[in-house]
Design a protein. Sequence first.
Length: 318
Amino acid sequence: MAGDLQELRVKRIGYEAESINSYELVLPAGGELAPFTAGSHIDLHLKNGMIRSYSLVNDQSERHRYVIAVNKDAVGRGGSSFVHDSFKAGDIVTVSMPRNNFALREDAESSLLIAGGVGITPLVSMIRRLQALRRPWKLFYAARARRAAAFLGELGAIGPDAQLHLHFDDEHGGRPLDLAAIVAGAPASAHLYCCGPVPMLEAFEKVTAGRAAGHVHVEYFQAKQAPAVDGGFEVRLARSNRTIAVEPGKTILNAVLDAGVMANYSCSEGVCGTCETRVIEGIPDHRDLFLSPEEQAANKTIMICCSGSKSGTLVLDL
């Protein structure tokens, strides 16, 4: 597990949209929390053993609370259902320090933000920050229906209608957002952000393929492909002076933890970057969404929660 954990109290639970609740977390005795920046997330270490990452929604200038939003996913792995079904005001929960893998470029000439469903969560804090900096921005927010869209009131209060564009599939004959037209209308100098379901993100990456790589920012909430669990190779842990066999059906992370070796991890899907480990020797089979294609090709690090090995032996800095 990740270090630097803290115990926080659930101060308030709010209804934000169909299946989406917000949770306000504070220090039990009050006081200031660790600072965060727009786009950051925290990990909830749940009592059922799961670890789940959730974006911070509130203004980064606030130091007395963290606010997250959780969509109850009936077909997920159970983390969101556990939060919805078991969290109560007054509960003490274990939370990581904030981390940011989806940082806002505050110096951008303009920012275009696109959200689908609960993917609005990291973008809310970004909009708050851009508005505070008086930087130009536009938001395109899509949901299957108005009742499923969270934070509409807050978004309307943050910025004028000209900057906020809402799209509800059921009010447009089931048609999704026209991402190609939206992206085409953005200046070449703009920074573009997208967070939402996998089909939206894949479509966004396709229509932004011609843009400068440093101007396109994507955050996935779930994996695009299955983890590497074919096994049949060994992992040599340089610092621990251990050699571990990765058997079929297990990830590298599973094998390392089963062997009693400590390793940081969180999402277990290759999305959050917590388990990133330096590769000393060997060729990884990358399955993550955290590293860029260039970083994967360099084979300098690996996400051990989901990636495997193309070599018979993989030497890691563990």
